[in-house]
Design a protein around this ligand. Structure first.
Ligand code: HMG
Ligand code: MG
Length: 314
């Protein structure tokens, strides 16, 4: 049977291309219990670079005291074989991170804050306002250097510490990041708590203030809602989706956060909807299976498991 089936009515007439932002090397590996060798991270990114992905978030230049799993950011970034036409953004929380990222050769960065004060305090030890104040010089330097800056808003559908997060707070933070000069705002359901109607309502509210073409969605699959949430957001017109190969990931400072939606499953769904990603799904599946062998656990991608190529959990 063909992977392509009938497009959803809500998608008819919309642009038929979706850009996947692969966050596996960063979000996927930042929450691992053991430290993954830099060579494995480099090989992961190089394998991902051969799948047709256009954007691969490579690592993060945060404090190594806070996230020891990615303390090797400079080594990893220097070691990857960057391919022309592929963007390799890295996370930076402040000017120190920006300077380290640039020294390592990064040409695109991402700043990150949240819609919930309680989460932001735990994640980056700052209020939302303080974090945005830290971003101002980062964005100024980036503009002068010709470096593109993406912005993340976390906890857009709920917070592990605060509980409900008002949509108005998400809109306010997204608008601030966009006004500061972030070319794209990724809306993160950090703890995978949202459901489709809520995701749709949140996205609609943000899209009333920030152009839909400048919005991306970032779903963790903690409660199995990620694909449904993505579909709802695609129907609202979003065309950029963050995901992690093999469904790894989670934020170490978000209690209860588990893996990102698996890139393989997202690509499979998009193909079925007739939406092009430019990604070779079989290669992506192989890369995810290779990663799960490195991590010595079963892949979280259902599509990879169904491929018949997955080995039993070790
Ligand atoms: P702090 O302790 O308040 O800051 O941390 P500080 O300025 O006092 O710095 C503490 C030490 O870190 C100092 O060193 C600094 O020099 C150093 P010391 O003097 O003690 O030797 N330092 C740095 N070193 C390297 N690179 C840097 C850096 N900055 C300071 N950039 C800070 C504040 C923001 C630094 C810290 O809280 C931090 O790094 N947090 C990062 C947490 C994180 O990475 N979380 C996961 C990513 S977010 C996420 O996963 C969500 C997302 O996926 C979307 C979603 O799912 O919602 C994006
Ligand atoms: Mg995340």
């Amino acid at each position: 049977m063909s992977r392509s089936d009938q497009g959803s009515p809500g998608l008819r007439g919309a642009a038929d291309r979706v850009r996947i932002v692969e966050v596996g090397p960063r979000d996927g590996l930042q929450n691992e219990k053991t430290i993954i060798p830099a060579a494995t991270k480099i090989e992961l990114i190089d394998r991902l670079s051969a799948t047709g992905l256009e954007t691969i978030e490579a690592t993060s230049f945060v404090s190594p005291k806070w996230v020891p799993q990615l303390a090797d950011a400079a080594e990893v970034f220097a070691g990857i074989a960057r391919r022309p036409g592929i963007r390799y953004p890295v996370l930076v929380p402040n000017e120190t991170g920006y300077a380290r990222a640039r020294e390592a050769g990064a040409e695109e960065v991402a700043v990150f804050t949240a819609a919930s004060e309680a989460f932001n305090q735990r994640n980056i030890n700052a209020t939302i306002e303080e974090s945005i104040t830290r971003f101002v010089p980062v964005l100024e330097r980036a503009a002068a250097d010709g470096v593109a800056v993406r912005g993340y808003v976390s906890t857009v559908l709920g917070c592990p510490y605060q509980g409900e997060v008002p949509v108005a707070d998400v809109v306010r933070v997204a608008r601030r990041l966009h006004a500061l000069g972030c070319y794209e705002i990724s809306l993160g359901d950090t703890i995978g708590i949202g459901t489709p109607a809520k995701a749709r309502a949140m996205l609609r509210a943000v899209a009333a203030e920030v152009p839909i073409g400048a919005l991306a969605v970032h779903f963790h699959d903690t409660r199995g809602q990620a694909l449904a949430n993505i579909l709802a957001c695609l129907e609202e017109g979003v065309r950029v989706v963050d995901s992690a190969v093999s469904g790894t990931g989670g934020c170490p400072y978000a209690r209860g956060a588990t893996g990102n939606v698996a890139s393989e499953d997202v690509v499979y769904m998009l193909e079925g909807l007739g939406l092009d990603t430019g990604i070779d799904l079989d290669r992506l599946i192989d890369t995810g299976l290779w990663l799960s062998r490195q991590l010595q656990r079963e892949t979280s991608s259902k599509v990879a498991r169904a491929s018949g190529r997955a080995e039993p959990a070790v």
